[in-house]
Design a protein around this ligand. Structure first.
Ligand code: UDP
Length: 235
């Protein structure tokens, strides 16, 4: 049974069919799914949201100063965090946004002990602004924040992929799914779970990761109850 979990959502989870920006309808459905799954569960939930629906520094910032391109990406994650907070609260769950880049008018600054206090009080905390540093992605933010707040696990939400496979299941019908893996195997086989910096940090600190399909009925509830879903990566 998990006491505290960190859920990593890609920015694309907020986009509509066009795959870009924020769709209020998509965001409302996502928030409802999360809030419903939390009903009746004692688990404390922190969320890291990415910004890929707006901007990824390395992909979109070609020709720019790479650090500036990454800061633009971080700002995108704050927009996403605000949209998700709005939808979570509309769905009935008190939610706080904490930004790694101080932005007093729209979000609390990230203060570790305050984040933990929010969680103890049953509020969902969304971490925006990534790590507040360029040359990272929000995969590292998930790992870093999970370690800081003492989360039991990082839940890597996927869309239409129900775990980690030995090859791409969209391209190879014979691809087989792993029930469990070690961090070391993920690194050695270069399996696409999270970026290299993030997975090695998880490995060093022994932080478990679950890769799962967010939209498979009941998955999030089951995870919040501590049941096995998707692929578990552990030491
Ligand atoms: N980013 C960054 N530092 C961080 C987190 C994010 O520079 O600590 C930037 C980086 O440019 C990244 C973008 O923000 O590409 C959006 O984050 P990410 O790619 O992780 O979003 P996701 O793919 O999860 O939607």
């Amino acid at each position: 049974m998990f006491k505290r979990v960190l859920l990593k959502l890609s920015g694309e989870f907020l986009a509509g069919e066009e795959g870009f920006g924020i769709s209020p309808d998509t965001t409302a459905r996502l928030a409802r799914l999360i809030v419903d799954a939390l009903q009746g569960s004692e688990v404390e939930l922190a969320i890291v949201i990415g910004g890929g629906n707006f901007w990824r520094g390395a992909r979109n910032g070609v020709g720019m100063d790479p650090a500036t391109a990454d800061y633009i990406g971080m700002l995108g994650t704050v927009m996403n965090a605000m949209a998700l907070q709005d939808a979570m609260e509309t769905a009935g769950r008190p939610t706080r946004v904490m930004s790694a880049i101080p932005m007093a008018a729209v979000a609390e600054p990230y203060i570790r002990r305050r984040a933990m206090r929010h969680l103890e009080k049953g509020r969902v905390v969304i971490f925006g602004g990534g790590n507040g540093a360029p040359f990272f992605t929000t995969d590292t933010t998930s790992t870093l924040r999970a370690l800081e707040i003492g989360a039991d696990v990082v839940l890597m939400a996927k869309n239409k992929v129900d775990g980690v496979y030995d090859s791409d299941p969209q391209k190879n019908p014979d691809a087989s799914r792993f029930d469990t893996l070690t961090h070391h195997e993920v690194v050695e086989r270069r399996l696409e779970v999270m970026d290299a910096t993030a997975i090695t940090l998880c490995m060093d600190k022994g932080l478990p990761i679950v890769v799962f399909d967010l939209f498979q009925q009941g998955n999030l509830e089951r995870l919040f109850q501590g049941e096995r879903v998707g692929t578990l990566i552990h030491t």
